[in-house]
Write a protein that binds this ligand. Structure first.
Ligand code: SF4
Length: 361
């Protein structure tokens, strides 16, 4: 049995999810922040941080979410574990819609969903020693006595590659990589089935990034964990993810397996992201690079039709008026004119972009 099959089996058994069923299903998730104005603080608009996001996560897999800063990927992660309350949509975890749960039930289910943050320093109380920080969740939820918690802490520190001596240290005495190991250990103390990893290696040096990514992989295989890995760094996402969701302006542009996405991107935005990736995509090596101009539009006033049309070199009239739906089965994309499928010619490119790079042959 391969490592992937063994991890999937372990994760399915742990989560009690039947074969072929997702562990998590995000359905048309929206998170709009109201904009208020005037003397009576009336709502005058909304920032559409997450605007109709849908995807599934299967037991034992790593689903990467990638996109430029401000695309809504971190907000999606926070809405999934209810650090922020969604405006609409459903988050079904282990067969139950989290929106339908009362506070007590939600608290219980959330023990199975933990988050690891980019900067663990901000989530670790600087006045507490690492041993106490790790024991805290176990004791607070009545999962262990102080003594048992101490033993579990030693065991968990060992799992994340730190010695028992770290129990007595304070967060400021640790390096960035060691702090992130503690952040991962803390998230694992309650034995969750799914971790939402929000830019977990973005603040680390490249050599340390690789160590933390390898640690995450090992822990996944050992414990049967399921991950949502959020990052703007394509290298890290490619290394660790089984499938990737590409987001832009609060919406999903493309979803595919990692190999398929890198070999055969169908959405123009994905191709642009891959072109900007430092290790050039071999598929694109001989083609002229597609360049995107301008900034991401304001999420309070998203463009009509396809939200990417103001920056897409291949936009047509239809793109400005009609929103493309996410379709295409296991390799899904939201584009009227996907790559290699009757894409418009360079001569009829987007007049809203200042530079039209032309259509690769
Ligand atoms: Fe959007 Fe049209 Fe560009 Fe496709 S071709 S990404 S639908 S603007």
């Amino acid at each position: 049995m391969s490592v992937i099959e063994a991890t999937t089996r372990k994760a399915r058994a742990r989560a009690g999810v039947p074969d072929g069923e997702p562990l998590l299903s995000v359905q048309d998730l929206k998170l709009h922040y109201p904009i208020r104005g005037g003397i009576v603080s009336r709502q005058t608009g909304a920032v559409r941080a997450v605007d109709g996001v849908s995807f599934e996560v299967f037991p034992g897999e790593t689903l990467g979410i990638v996109g430029e800063s401000g695309c809504g990927k971190s907000t999606t992660g926070r809405a999934i574990i209810r650090l922020e309350n969604p405006t609409a949509g459903a988050v079904v975890f282990g067969g139950r819609d989290l929106a339908g749960l009362n506070t007590r039930e939600l608290r219980r289910v959330r023990l199975n969903l933990q988050m690891v943050f980019q900067d663990p320093y901000s989530s670790l109380n600087p006045q507490k020693r690492i041993g106490d920080l790790l024991a805290e969740p176990l004791v607070a939820h009545g999962r262990a006595s102080r003594k048992e918690a101490g033993e579990r802490v030693t065991e968990m520190l060992d799992r994340v590659g730190l010695s028992a001596q770290f129990k007595g240290r304070y967060p400021h005495e640790l390096s960035g990589g060691q702090r992130q190991r503690v952040g991962i250990a803390r998230a694992l103390m309650l034995d969750p089935t799914l971790l939402v990893l929000d830019e977990p290696v973005s603040a680390l040096d490249v050599s340390i990034q690789a160590q933390v990514l390898n640690l995450l992989r090992d822990l996944q295989a050992e414990l049967g964990l399921t991950y949502i890995f959020i990052s703007h760094g394509l290298g890290a996402v490619r290394y660790i993810s089984d499938r990737i969701v590409v987001m832009y302006l609060g919406k999903v542009m493309e979803v595919a397996t990692t190999a398929e996405l890198f070999a055969n991107p169908r959405h123009p935005y994905t191709e642009i992201l891959l072109d900007a990736y430092p290790a050039p995509n071999p598929h694109l090596r001989d083609k002229e690079r597609t360049v995107v101009e301008g900034d991401v539009p304001n999420a309070a006033k998203p463009p009509s039709g396809c939200v990417f049309h103001t920056r897409c070199p291949f936009a047509q009239d239809k793109c400005r008026t009609e929103e493309p739906r996410l379709g295409g089965g296991s390799h899904a994309f939201a584009c009227h004119f996907p790559l290699d499928a009757g894409r418009p010619t360079a001569a009829s490119g987007n007049p809203e972009t200042t530079k039209n790079p032309g259509v690769p042959a």
